[in-house]
Design a protein around this ligand. Sequence first.
Ligand SMILES: C[S@@+](CC[C@H](N)C(=O)[O-])C[C@H]1O[C@@H](n2cnc3c(N)ncnc32)[C@H](O)[C@@H]1O
Length: 368
Amino acid sequence: MSAPHSNDVGHVPVMLDEVLVWLAPRPGGVYVDATVGAGGHAEAILERIVPGGRLIGIDRDAQALAVAARRLARFAEAVILQHANYSAIRAVVADAGYGAVDGIVMDLGASSLQLETSDRGFSFTRPGPLDMRMDTTQPLRAADLVNELPEDTLAKIIWTFGEERWARRIARTIVRRRPLHTTDALAAAVGEAIPRRSWPRGIHPATRTFQALRIATNRELEHLEQALPDAVGTLRGGGRLCVITFHSLEDRIVKHSFLRLSRGCTCPPGSPTCTCGGSRLVRVLTRKPVTPSIDEVARNARARSAKLRVAERLGPDQVSSADELVTDASEAGQHSADSTLPSISPNAPPPAPGLRRARPRGPRPRLR
Ligand SMILES: C[S@@+](CC[C@H](N)C(=O)[O-])C[C@H]1O[C@@H](n2cnc3c(N)ncnc32)[C@H](O)[C@@H]1O
C-alpha cells in the first residue's frame, strides 16, 4: 500500500491504491487527470510514468491548479495543466498535441481545498459567502439560486440533487428568510426547517441541501454526462477510464454511461438492420463498483462514500462478447459492493407536496 499522499491543504487522494491498480500507468504513457485538484492522484501517476510519460491535468478551479502546479513542480517537464471543464477533454487533449491517451482518472466532487476555504462558500461548518463556484470565473453563485429561484424550483433542486425528504419545508423556510448571503445563514434556515427530532444522525442537517446547491450551481451532473463519452473517445484501444464518485446520482450516471458505451447498438431487439449506428466502445471492468478498504475509511472519512468504476476502451479490431468481457472487481482482489442507487433522476419533475417517491432500498424520503 502506498503512503497517504497529502499536501499543503490536507487533501488526501481517495482510493489511490485502487486507482493505480486499475489505471495501471506505464512508463512513457500519456495520462489525463481530468480533476487534478491538489494533484494527489496526478503525483502518484507521474511517479510511475516518468521518464518519457506525460500527464495532462485539468481542473475548472484555478486555485486548485495553482496548488497542483506547486505539488507537481518536480515533474514540470512532464505536466501540462489546463484550466478547463472536463467536458472539454477532447479539445484539451488535442490542444496538448495528442490524438489519444493511455488512461484517464476522474475523481469527482469538491476537494478539501474547496470545502475548507471559508470564502469559497462550500461548507455549512465555515461562515462564508454563499458562493460554491468551482470555477470562480463563472457568473452564477449559489446565492443567486437561493435568493432568486421560485420556491418550487428550489424544492426540486434540494429534493433531486440532495435526496432530501424535507426539501419542500426547507425551500419554504429559505424563501421566508431571504435574502440569505452567507453559509451560516443558510445552514440556520435549513436547521429551522427540519424538526429537531428528524435531524439526520451522524451528519449536519444542512449536508444534503448544501450538496444539492453545489451540484446545481456547478451543473455537475450535466457536465459529467457530457464528459464520459468524450473521455472514452479520447482513449486509445486498451486505455482505461477510472471514475470515483461520491454519491448515488453521480454513480448512477457513470454506471449507465458505461453500460450504454459497452452495448453499442441500441436498435430494438429483432430489428433486421442496425439503424442507430452505435458501436461498442468499451468493456466495463468493474461489474460492481470498487469501494475503499475499511482502513482507508478509518483514516479518511471523505472516502466513506467513494465508489470506483472502470471501463476499458476497445481497439478497432477487438471482437467482443459482453459475457466474455465483463470482469468482476472481486476477481481482481478488490473490495466491491452493490451500488445502492436511488430511483430519482436528476431530470425528474418536482414531487407533489406530501408525495413519497419510491426508492429501491433503504429509508424512503418523504417530502414535507
Ligand atoms: C475531489 S477533487 C480532486 C482531488 C484530486 N484527485 C487530488 O488527489 O488532489 C475534485 C476536483 O475536480 C474539480 N472538478 C469538478 N468538476 C469539474 C469539471 N466539470 N471540470 C473540471 N474540474 C472539475 C474540482 O474543482 C476539484 O478540484
